[in-house]
Design a protein around this ligand. Structure first.
Ligand code: WT7
Length: 571
């Protein structure tokens, strides 16, 4: 498809001269924006919260504008400092110290953000878990990380395993709970008793801050480990890409259980001291437009899957709302359809800026900048300080228009520093000094990158990353299921949906009721977003001679594509 190029938008962009910035920028040059520049000792929570609360002009500014169907609340930077201080004191009371893992399992709420920064203030490592996770997903992550403490709600406590978590000492409950168990701590009681001031634990730039579990095509979810140094890139991209200015009202729609919800739902906006809108509750077009209008959101970071739903809701819906404050829109998580960009130009009279990055990369790498033209369908260009290329399987760089593996020169500030408990896995991401993303792409002769798909079996459903192995493992726990193979199947609104192929154990017969039951089993055992929307019973599942499920083949059959090389197929 040959789409019109969309010229750079007029206006006072924070980054005006991309080419010059690429030539002259060095990561060292932005260190002077931070208070630790001279001592080298740092804490992300200080930079994002306390620094603003210490500034008489900023301390009473709204930091968090929280809104959900049953609750609306504003926290100033001063409030956020006090609440996170208190929580840090609670953690210390129970012996939490630098390097300990403290996990959060709860819906978005003001308490989430206070706890999150409290964890970081004591130098511990925060592990946010998506609220929709079910028991197995929670268990895998708490076990692997050996979390010492978990903060959750009485509602979600039902999905926290009661056994097999020897490292887990205490559970902090936000909300009333009848049972008095030694392990449980009441958030409200502790917070009321805690002092307002705390000593921040000053750490090194390379000390750990955050663990985000994410899925690959094999094995259990892996703990991607991020350090305080990431703030350099959160700050720089907040400036260049989000184009944040001090009076902005910013809204990132992602949940902090995923990396977009931390890097760009917490760090980037608050490093810049802007007002951050957090909306809880479910998606609906009217609700989202209402939120944009009600809070006069100026900068909005969202995802293609939501944008596609807004397109479906039609022009009548968007026209009901006053979105005149909106000046900048960005997207991440999956390919941004050119049609959505075209629609954005009409519906909002704004360009929608695609950004590409991953849990492992910690921050944006390839983006559409306000100062550059947009080529619809392209992810844009690497930010200053980042070298991106396309390589083949041996690590050789490929010329323009040749498809290969999208790779980034190792060593950017927000790069993961290890995979928890599995440094070998971390090392396997790199070849000849390049971080290999697993995404296939090409670049054009002007240096724009064009996403083509995943090179592995990772599924991207509504912007959420799902590992087929995890779903297969859950499926075969069901007594009726003998074998399972799971693929992503293209879907117009969700990007991909999960389709599972299974074989049945003796004594079971295919029926709609059984298939429903099995889907429900994954949904309640693992999580709703990982449950297969389609389930097909087969006589056999194709495997290699070494017993690996041939998902590629299942996918080719499903999509009616040529099956390619099947020489390794088991007889
Ligand atoms: C995978 C990473 C960190 C952002 C949230 C997702 C896909 C991400 C784009 C984009 C096409 C994209 C890639 C990537 N992806 N952004 N702009 N265009 N695909 O983080 O869960 O770690 O997933 O999402 O396949 O590898 P994630």
């Amino acid at each position: 498809m040959d789409m019109e190029k969309i010229p750079a938008r007029e206006g006072n962009h924070n980054l005006k001269d991309y080419e010059r910035a690429r030539q002259t920028f060095s990561w060292d040059s932005i260190k002077s924006n931070f208070s630790w520049f001279e001592t080298g000792k740092v804490n992300m929570a200080f930079e994002a919260v306390d620094r603003h609360a210490d500034n008489p002009d900023k301390k009473d500014q709204t930091a968090l504008l929280f809104s959900s169907p049953d609750r609306e609340e504003k926290l100033t930077f001063d409030d956020l400092r006090r609440e996170s201080n208190k929580f840090a004191n609670v953690l210390r009371k129970y012996g939490i110290k630098k390097g300990d893992r403290v996990f959060l399992f709860m819906p978005r709420s003001p308490e989430f953000y206070a706890s999150f920064f409290g964890i970081i203030k004591v130098g511990a490592i925060a592990g946010p878990l998506f609220e929709a996770f079910m028991e197995q997903a929670v268990r895998d992550r708490l076990q692997d990380s050996e979390a010492r403490m978990l903060i959750t709600t009485p509602d979600l406590l039902k999905r926290v395993p009661q056994a097999d978590l020897p490292a887990l000492e205490k559970i902090i409950l936000i909300g009333e709970h009848e049972e008095t168990v030694d392990q449980y701590i009441n958030y409200k009681v502790e917070m009321e008793a805690a002092a307002n001031e705390t000593e921040i634990e000053w750490v090194d730039l390379e000390d750990g801050m955050l663990l985000h579990y994410t899925s690959g095509s094999t094995g259990k979810p892996k703990g991607v480990y991020h350090v305080h140094n990431a703030m350099l890139q959160h700050y720089a991209t907040g400036d260049w890409v989000l184009d944040l200015k001090k009076n902005d009202i910013y809204w990132c729609t992602a949940d902090p259980g995923w990396v977009t919800g931390t890097s760009y739902g917490i760090f980037a906006p608050w490093l810049h001291g802007v007002t951050n809108v957090v909306r809880g509750g479910r998606f609906s077009p009217d609700d989202w437009y209402h939120t944009l209008g009600k809070y006069s959101v100026t900068v909005w970071y969202t995802a293609p899957t939501a944008l596609r739903k807004l397109v479906s809701a039609g022009k009548e819906t968007v026209e009901k709302y006053d979105l005149s404050a909106l000046r900048h829109i960005l997207s991440v998580g999956e390919p941004l359809n050119p049609e959505v960009i075209t629609w954005g130009l009409k519906a909002f009279e704004l360009r929608i800026h695609d950004t590409w990055w991953m849990t492992e990369t910690g921050a944006q790498l390839i983006v559409n900048l306000p100062c550059l033209e947009i080529r619809p369908g392209s992810m844009g260009k690497p930010i200053p300080g980042i070298e991106a290329t396309i390589i083949d399987n041996e690590g050789n760089e490929l010329p323009p228009y040749q498809m290969g593996n999208l790779a980034i020169k190792k060593g950017w500030p927000s790069m993961m520093r290890t995979v928890w408990n599995n440094h070998g896995k971390y090392e396997s991401y790199f070849i000849h000094g390049w971080y290999v993303s697993g995404d296939s792409a090409y670049k054009d002769e002007d240096g724009y990158f064009w996403f083509q798909g995943r090179l592995d079996d990772v599924i991207n459903t509504s912007g959420e990353r799902v590992g087929p192995f995890e779903v297969e493992s859950k499926l075969i726990e069901h007594p009726a299921v003998a074998e399972a193979g799971v693929i992503g199947k293209p879907h117009p609104e969700r990007g991909e949906i999960i389709k599972a192929f299974i074989t049945l154990n003796d004594g079971y017969e295919d029926s709609e009721a059984l298939r429903d039951e099995i889907r429900q089993f994954v949904k309640t055992g693992l999580s709703a977003h990982a449950a297969p929307r389609e389930l097909e019973v087969r006589d056999t599942i194709p495997k290699t001679r070494s017993g690996k499920i041939m998902r590629r083949l299942l996918k080719s059959w499903e999509l009616g594509l040529p099956t390619g090389d099947t020489s390794t197929l088991e007889e």
